[in-house]
Design a binder for this molecule. Sequence first.
Ligand code: 5GP
Ligand code: MN
Length: 352
Amino acid sequence: MIQPIIDQQVIDKVAQLVNGVNTIAITCHLSPDGDAIGSMLALAHVLRRLGKDALVVTPDMMPRSLLFLPNVRSVVSFTQHEARARKAIETAQLIFCLDFNALHRIDKLGDLVMANPCPRILIDHHVDPEPMFDVMISFPDASSTCELVYRMLMQMQLLRLVDRNAAQCLLTGMMTDTGNFAYNCEDPDLYEIQASLMRRKVGRQWLYNMAMNTFSADSLRLQGYALSQKMRLYLPQHAALITLTADELKKYNYKRGDSEGMVNKPLAIPGVEWSVFLREDPEYVKVSCRSVGDFAVNDICAKYFNGGGHINAAGGEFYGTLDQAVETFEQLLIELFPATNNENSTDNEIRQ
Ligand code: 5GP
Ligand code: MN
């Protein structure tokens, strides 16, 4: 039995808002991932089955790896179809904000969303959401926004409208945000939700392969190169760092999404409790951090890298050179671990 966790008054309010409108926009954070796209498409699908005119709008393009999702072609991206995206947000009578907690996370859509006086509903699992939402379904302990969309639909008695397409979208987000149920995965409800989605014949094996186990040859080679040549271990500080320069990315024909998941790899090494990946993008150095246990990488990303996220998975941007970003990271090691001698190992061997 899946426990209802969303306050009934909140559920009633969402139902009332949805029932009172026709035109609904759904949006998410920049560089949308499986959870963002999956939760938006599933919600849009259910809203359309309710007779609503629901449109999914993303701030920028989605990765190629998610193009297998049902109805993905209906997504309007602001960077590709600005006029359509603008119109969708401007004419919406209700806006669902999924998988983000702060306005800057939706980039240029932020001003448009704030300019529309219609109600805004947040469904999200990041800490400390900004106070700009009329209704908040915010559960930082939830595995994913997809889990929360499922829970909301369950409590709204709308699960009958979750068909195979919507179920595939929801399970994709739950899988991608938990590393296929490898982390943030202790809540038994997750498996009941998964079972309920699987009863809709999602084709779990296919879904896993499409969402999490499909890489181009270039991407695999890039990952191999990064791990064999570019991973530095800082064992006294339980840390690992991987950097990739713009030239290295070019050499491996880097495409958006190709380095997805790389930051997680060093956590497999006994003794490594947090991992940082720095990628030299055209406008900034993209920072990704992962950790295990209580080590809060969202705080680190907020303080040093203009970002944020979850305790164990966070990211941000560094405005400076890649070398400066590395210096910032190494400075951070000294601040965080003043007692260690900051000796680090640049080889890939664990020293016993
Ligand atoms: P990733 O490392 O996969 O880009 O991001 C991991 C998580 O960190 C995301 O799910 C998101 O919550 C958060 N995140 C990534 N980049 C940023 C950023 O620039 N700003 C903030 N606030 N959070 C980010
Ligand atoms: Mn998410």
